[in-house]
Design a protein around this ligand. Structure first.
Ligand code: HEM
Length: 117
């Protein structure tokens, strides 16, 4: 009888576990972003997205462009002496205390390209 009860408990737990969706997190890194949804910006174009005067704040790291506009740590496009609109690969790896780990908290919006031809 105890065995039967145990089996029933396992069945219920298994059923509940299969009902919860593994994709209900809002982290964009859980899904692959279709390439056509990514914008392509040169360094020069990226400099427009500095987070000042209502402009979005984008930063490039290792060829990817991250949108930090809504990050509490990037008010007006500035963060610990660094400005958005730039490639901060070297700074985030060699100067920041967190390294690349915080990039999972901000959405990827594009890729950095050398030129548009
Ligand atoms: C390039 C993209 C960067 C992103 C997306 C980013 C994001 C963040 C986030 C989300 C935090 C909050 C703390 C946490 O969750 O661990 C944080 C903290 C911090 N970051 Fe960055 N960061 C970047 C670059 C840098 C750079 C270049 C520096 C240079 C020194 C830096 C220095 C710091 C420091 C000192 C903190 C501690 C908390 C504070 O801001 O007062 N970060 N960063």
């Amino acid at each position: 009888m105890r065995k039967v009860r145990l089996i029933i408990v396992f069945l219920i737990v298994g059923l509940l576990a299969s009902c919860t969706s593994p994709n209900d997190s809002s982290n964009p890194r859980d899904e692959t972003i279709p390439h056509e949804d990514l914008i392509e910006l040169t360094l020069e174009e990226l400099s427009y997205y500095d987070g000042k005067e209502g402009r979005p704040a984008y930063v490039a790291v290792n060829g990817m462009i991250y949108d930090v506009t809504n990050s509490l740590f990037w008010q007006s496009g500035s963060h610990n002496g660094y400005s958005a609109g730039r490639d901060l690969t070297d700074a985030i790896i060699n100067q920041s205390p967190h390294g690349l780990s915080t990039l999972t908290q901000v959405p990827i919006v594009g890729i950095l390209v050398e030129s548009k031809d």
